[in-house]
Write a protein that binds this ligand. Sequence first.
Ligand SMILES: [Zn+2]
Ligand SMILES: [Zn+2]
Length: 171
Amino acid sequence: MALLEEKNTEVTEQLVKEKEKAFLEFIQAKGLKTTRQRSTIVSTFFKLHGHISVEELLREVKKVNPKIGYATVYRTLHLLVESSLVEERRFGDGLARYEGRSEVEHHDHMICTECGHIFEFYNPHLEALQEKLAEENNFKIFRHRLELYGVCKDADTCGRRKQSKANKHTS
Ligand SMILES: [Zn+2]
Ligand SMILES: [Zn+2]
């Protein structure tokens, strides 16, 4: 999931630049210093796609600068969350994962409890239905988080994902 996507390099570069700029403004407003390590972490994060754990980000960051440690990555991710540029998510396994925000508009998740694959979906009917339900209950929704747990119906693909995940952990 946390692999560099080659889909549209130009768009990605532009997006990364915008995010970096927004983060810089946040950091300055907070009176914190911008460091080269922090910048590396931020740009690496926004180049990644999906739901990224601290460990996954650390692995990618180390390819750019092996000196960057876990604590710096962890702290920077938390600053990103604080800046609202990144959202923290915890699915069934309790592991914190980070998702760059406006990369995709609002979406919900389906999580496979076997292979851990995370499917994203957005359904306008479902969104409207939630609004309707809230209305009926005289309730106003500020935000919501919908997580559906189950298993991939395609057992082969699921098995392969499970296998590659296991390999990654032992290597
Ligand atoms: Zn997502
Ligand atoms: Zn699966």
